[in-house]
Write a protein that binds this ligand. Structure first.
Ligand code: C2E
Ligand code: C2E
Ligand code: C2E
Length: 89
């Protein structure tokens, strides 16, 4: 096992996401809303997403998963722990 503990989850801050301009965050917001709807998970302040979904989002944003993760950390949508989740790819 890693000395830093288990691989952290990718946890989207939905309140922060809702504050961002649609030009930037619209695609991510629609993706998150779709996952919430599929799960029936409507009332959360955060949403844990699959690592596979970050790969799909990276394709949508035309970035590598690591680059997209840095952007989302910069927006305050992911916390810095998410870097370790993406290193595990
Ligand atoms: P599915 O992928 O066939 O998963 C069926 C159920 O297995 C899920 O029902 C959930 O209870 C459980 N499950 C599957 N993978 C995981 C996991 O990694 N962690 C946890 N905690 N549970 C898991 P649920 O949540 O009602 O989702 C229904 C369907 O909605 C899923 O069927 C899947 O097609 C879609 N879905 C839900 N959340 C996500 C997501 O984060 N990403 C993607 N790509 N699809 C999702
Ligand atoms: P955790 O994964 O560290 O999540 C901590 C808290 O963040 C959760 O407390 C919940 O308030 C929020 N949270 C995280 N991801 C989501 C999300 O996708 N949707 C929503 N609505 N809230 C989210 P909570 O619910 O009391 O759960 C405490 C702990 O119990 C979780 O810690 C996790 O370790 C476990 N847990 C809860 N539900 C599931 C589940 O469906 N699958 C698995 N594998 N563990 C779960
Ligand atoms: P988690 O529930 O703690 O699951 C951690 C990892 O265990 C998942 O990482 C996945 O690799 C594996 N896993 C858990 N349940 C299943 C399952 O039913 N089928 C398969 N094939 N693998 C499973 P992953 O995929 O990166 O997901 C990260 C977190 O996103 C999950 O943590 C959970 O909080 C959330 N999540 C992912 N998919 C679903 C889903 O379909 N429904 C719900 N409610 N939550 C999900």
């Amino acid at each position: 096992p890693s000395p830093l503990g288990p691989t952290p989850k990718l946890v989207i801050d939905l309140e922060r996401l809702a504050q961002l301009p649609k030009e930037k965050a619209g695609a991510l917001a629609r993706y998150a809303a779709t996952i919430q709807s599929q799960r029936g998970d409507y009332n959360g302040k955060v949403l844990s997403i699959r690592q596979e979904d970050l790969r799909s989002l990276a394709v949508i944003y035309d970035k590598s998963p690591a680059e997209l993760t840095e952007e989302l950390i910069g927006w305050g949508v992911l916390d810095a722990e998410a870097r370790r989740a993406v290193e595990a790819f």
